[in-house]
Design a protein around this ligand. Structure first.
Ligand code: SAH
Length: 349
C-alpha cells in the first residue's frame, strides 16, 4: 500500500470522517480494504459484540404505482407477476416468524394504495397486539405525514426508506419525472420527527453512478443520521429499461459497508439479499465488514419468485424454517452469533 493511501485510511479510522477529496481516494482504491474491514469489525464488536440481529421480512405486495427504471416490480412491467397478501396471510407469516425466534417483522412492498391507511393500521396493530415483544418495521414507500403518523400511533416502530441516490441529477437518471428526490428526503425527515427508528440507504453500482454520487450519499446520511443503513449492489432485471446495464460491484459494496460502519458506529447495517445474490458468500463478506443485521424471508414460498426486484434473487425456494437454519450457519461461519431479541439500535448515551 502506498503511504498516501495508508495515511488516508488511518485518518478515516481515527476520526470517522474525511474531506470529499480524501473520501474519493478511499472509495476508489482496493488497497485499503483489508485495514478498513478490520477496523470496521473492531468498531462493530465494540458496539454490538458478535451479535447479528434477525428481521423476518414479509414481502406482502408486488403491486407498485411507481416506475423506477431499475426495479423489476415497476408499474409498467407487464411481465411482473402481481400478488397481494391478505391480513390473515400476513399474520400467519408473523406467527411462523415468531416461532422461529424473530422479534422484528419487516412489512415491505411496492407502493400499493390498495392497502389503505386503515388497513395498514389494522395490520400493524394486530401484529403488535399478538406479539407485543416484537418491533414492526414498515417499508412501503412514500406516503403523507398524516399516514406516517397514523401507522406510528398504530404501533409501527421503524421505517425503511432508502433514498436510493442523494444526487439530484443521478436521481433523475434512475426515476421518471413524476418522482422526486426532495419528496423522498422530506419523507425521511418527517419519519424521524414522528419518532420512528429510520433506515435509509442506496444502491451501489446503479447505472450512471459516480464516486461523487457515493460521497453525496454519505454526506446525506451524515445529515439524516439514520438508525439503519441498507445498501446492496444494483442488480439488473431483464424486464426493465435498464436490462442492458451492468450489475454493481460486490467489492465496492463491501468497502462501503466498512466505511459506513466506521462513520456510523451505532447504525444497524444489514447484509442484504442483493449481496447474497451477486455472490454466494456476499452476505458473509458484508458481516465481516461491519454489517450486523440479516433479514430472512418470511413470505409464503408461493409468492417469493414474484417479488422480483432484480434477476436471480436468492431464497425464493426455501421454507422459512430452512432460511432460518441456512442464515444461522452463514452467520456462524463468518464468526458471529444470530440472536433473537428485538435488536434495537444502540444510540450513544
Ligand atoms: N416500495 C418500497 C420498497 C422498495 S423495494 C420503497 O419505495 O421503499 C426495496 C429496495 O430494493 C429499494 O429501496 C431499492 O434500493 C432496492 N432495489 C430495487 N430494485 C433493485 C435492483 N434492480 N437491484 C438492487 N436493488 C434494488
Amino acid at each position: 500500500m502506498t503511504a498516501f493511501h495508508a495515511d488516508i485510511a488511518d485518518e478515516f479510522i481515527k476520526t470517522g470522517d474525511l474531506s470529499d477529496e480524501k473520501l474519493r481516494q478511499l472509495i476508489e482504491t482496493e488497497e485499503c480494504d483489508d485495514i478498513l474491514i478490520k477496523a470496521a469489525d473492531k468498531v462493530r464488536r465494540r458496539v454490538y459484540g458478535d451479535e447479528v440481529y434477525l428481521r423476518g421480512l414479509i414481502e406482502f405486495t408486488s403491486y407498485c404505482r411507481n416506475n423506477c427504471y431499475y426495479c423489476g416490480i415497476r408499474r409498467d412491467n407487464r411481465k411482473a407477476q402481481r400478488y397481494r397478501l391478505s391480513e390473515e396471510e400476513i399474520l400467519l407469516c408473523c406467527k411462523e416468524g415468531y416461532s422461529l425466534g424473530y422479534r422484528t417483522f419487516v412489512l415491505q412492498g411496492g407502493e400499493d394504495m390498495y392497502y389503505s391507511d386503515k388497513m395498514i393500521c389494522r395490520i400493524v396493530s394486530s401484529v403488535k397486539e399478538k406479539y407485543p415483544d416484537c418491533a414492526v418495521t414498515l417499508s412501503i414507500g412514500e406516503r403523507s405525514e398524516e399516514s406516517y403518523r397514523a401507522y406510528f400511533e398504530a404501533g409501527a416502530d421503524r421505517y425503511l426508506l432508502r433514498h436510493e441516490t442523494a444526487d439530484e441529477k443521478h436521481y433523475r437518471m434512475l426515476h421518471p419525472e413524476e418522482m422526486s428526490l426532495s419528496s423522498r428526503k422530506k419523507c425521511l425527515f418527517t419519519l424521524k420527527s414522528i419518532g420512528y427508528q429510520v433506515g435509509s440507504g442506496f444502491m451501489v453500482g446503479s447505472p450512471y453512478q459516480t464516486t461523487e454520487n457515493l460521497i453525496s450519499d454519505l454526506r446525506f446520511l451524515q445529515e439524516l443520521d439514520p438508525d439503519m443503513i441498507g445498501i446492496g449492489t444494483y442488480i439488473t432485471h431483464k424486464d426493465t429499461p435498464f436490462s442492458d446495464k451492468e450489475n454493481g460491484s460486490l467489492s465496492l459494496a463491501v468497502r462501503l459497508i466498512a466505511i459506513l460502519r466506521i462513520m456510523f458506529p451505532h447504525a444497524l447495517i444489514p447484509a442484504t439479499t442483493a449481496l447474497g445474490t451477486i455472490h454466494p458468500e456476499g452476505r458473509e463478506m458484508a458481516l465481516k465488514a461491519g454489517a450486523n443485521v440479516v433479514m430472512p424471508n418470511l413470505s409464503p414460498v408461493r409468492v417469493r419468485e414474484k417479488y422480483s426486484l432484480y434477476d436471480n434473487k436468492i431464497c425464493t425456494g426455501e421454507e422459512s424454517a430452512q432460511c432460518r437454519k441456512c442464515l444461522e450457519k452463514r452467520i456462524e461461519s463468518a464468526g458471529y452469533r444470530a440472536v433473537t431479541h428485538i435488536g434495537n439500535v444502540k444510540r450513544l448515551p
